[in-house]
Design a protein around this ligand. Structure first.
Ligand SMILES: Cc1cc2nc3c(=O)[nH]c(=O)nc-3n(C[C@H](O)[C@H](O)[C@H](O)COP(=O)(O)O)c2cc1C
Length: 201
């Protein structure tokens, strides 16, 4: 099974660490993985020009998102990781979601039935992680994907982590938060197995 991991932080920090933690667990389960990081990339806003709707040829912008689009189409499952900014997801993560309109305009079923999980990293223990996770899930639902939670006792909506503003080092030390990632990966993988496991791919 193919999993595409996305990091919506402009740094090699805690979100990068947490998404790769999830991808490594999935690799151990036999998944093939790809990773997209927004850091240092030229990524333009959606400008609502409707080129994608009119022309059905993808996005009018020819920027760093070609690799992102490919990954989204290729994957059976998608892991979106975002830092919490002002109590919600990062602007970079939101731009990626907006820009999905370009591939959905060409093929409305492009993400249909894929499994999605979310990871949110805050400098505070309760700094908007659940809101950010809900925003990721809303994107999945709107895209006709199937959102995976991690179950009760910590990971209800997905991976919720606390960096204490110490980036990767803070997340490596957040055992409670990493457990929420492990729990969510387990359910995410289970859902992929159920929906994809018996198909030819
Ligand atoms: C613009 C901005 C807004 C932030 N707002 C919040 C917030 O509302 N809640 C929170 O817990 N942390 C907030 N933080 C801290 C980051 O979420 C935290 O440092 C996180 O580890 C950043 O992710 P990264 O390590 O992957 O870069 C904010 C950071 C920035 C730059």
């Amino acid at each position: 099974m193919k999993v595409f991991g996305i990091c919506g932080s402009p740094r090699h920090g805690g979100t990068d660490y947490a998404v790769n933690y999830a991808l490594n667990l999935l690799k151990e389960k036999g998944c093939e993985t790809r990773y997209f990081h927004v850091r240092g990339k030229d990524i333009k806003f959606c400008i609502h020009c409707d080129y994608c709707v009119r022309e059905q040829k993808g996005c009018v912008h020819k920027d760093a998102l070609a690799e992102f689009y490919e990954g989204m189409m290729w994957a059976d499952g998608i892991v979106i990781g975002t830092p919490c900014y002002q109590g919600m997801l990062s602007g970079q993560t939101k731009v990626l979601m907006d820009r999905v309109r370009a591939i959905a305009a060409k093929d409305p079923d492009v993400l249909k039935g894929k499994i999605g999980m979310g990871i949110a990293v805050g400098g505070d223990r309760a700094g908007g992680q659940e809101i950010a996770l809900q925003q990721i899930h809303e994107f999945y639902v709107i895209s006709e994907m199937i959102p995976a939670g991690g179950g009760s006792f910590g990971a209800n909506l997905g991976g919720a982590l606390w960096s204490q503003d110490k980036g990767a080092e803070g997340i490596a030390a957040d055992e409670y938060g990493l457990k929420t990632v492990r729990k969510t990966v387990k359910r995410f993988y289970g859902l992929m197995e159920k929906t994809r496991g018996n198909s030819d791919g």
